[in-house]
Ligand binder design. Sequence first.
Ligand code: H2U
Length: 374
Amino acid sequence: MSEGTHQYKENQKATFNRTEHPHRRYNPLLDEWVLVSPQRAKRPWQGQQETVAEEKRPQHDGSCYLCPGNTRVNGDINPDYKGAFVFRNDFPALLNEDVHFHQQDQDELFRINPERGINRVICFSEDHSLTLPEMKTEDIEKVITVWQEEYKTLGAMDYINHVQIFENKGSVMGCSNPHPHGQVWAQSSVPAQVAKTQRNLKKYYDKHARTLLEDYLKKETEKSERIVLENESFTALVPFWAVWPYETMIISKRKIGSILELSDEEKKSFAAILKDLTIRYDNLFETSFPYSAGIHQAPTDGENHPEWHFHMHFYPPLLRSASVKKFMVGYEMLAEAQRDITPEQSAEILRKLSPVHYKAKGDRHFSPALAEDL
Ligand code: H2U
């Protein structure tokens, strides 16, 4: 007989405790489950604290394709820009080209559709040495203005039904260049994750006449255990169903469908919470914290979308230190996502971190932009 096949009597059963017993949590945005195994990480902190030596980057790097005045791979020369700068991706995943396609030839088991779109790169700053948490809040606001312009102009194009704004930060996330930048992919289809989220948001809205995230945020605010920080217009929290150890979501307090609906005050608040959250991330392991982050908002398909509620996801891979990352392998690839540390523990750790960037505290790679803004 193998271990675990004993028949326990009913009276020997322990009462379920979510900080001790393995359990599954439901993600209502994606209609998916995540396995949580708190018994594997009972202590909130496991002690490993090594930092990774970080190179100090210059403010301008002659070999960087994204720095002002430099030549990109395709031969174009970047202007001598200041602040945020947008250019067409020279290696786009999508092409802005309409093609003839015979839909009727589809085989149920070999479905295929052409996809048309536009990919752009958004440099956040002319300063090669910075990252979002190290930028001034007012300069992050300028990045948000560019996100608004991109969502508006690309979304207004006839065939563009979805605009994905995102940032891939750190080489561990496959980012090819440390210059602060993000991307925008605009396309004819609503991509899978967004379509799935939309289906679930709509189901909830049709039933309750309120957005799912409006109700979720209200309940999270009452419970407060997963809130990392909040300001006037936004809350950052570790979702109840988070998969990545330090995954967070920034949710707008007001129900707005897209970035275009932000008031001036809300835009300031959004910039402030972006800075505050990413500073805490950097402080967690005293490293430039890698992540994939992106905005989820209403598709630009010309339909009314009362179910949408503006939010931003942060998916950081680090687990225990600047060098120990979580791998989505084995069980996760074959069965479902799993985590050890509970979302409540992660939120508490992030909440307790200093809102002052670690580089501004010591003399390590001191950044003038940081000092001015803190
Ligand atoms: P990532 O490092 O996050 O992948 O973003 C860099 C993007 O910049 C990448 O998509 C583009 C790459 O295609 N790029 C150019 O468009 N031109 C260049 O000269 C270098 C990089």
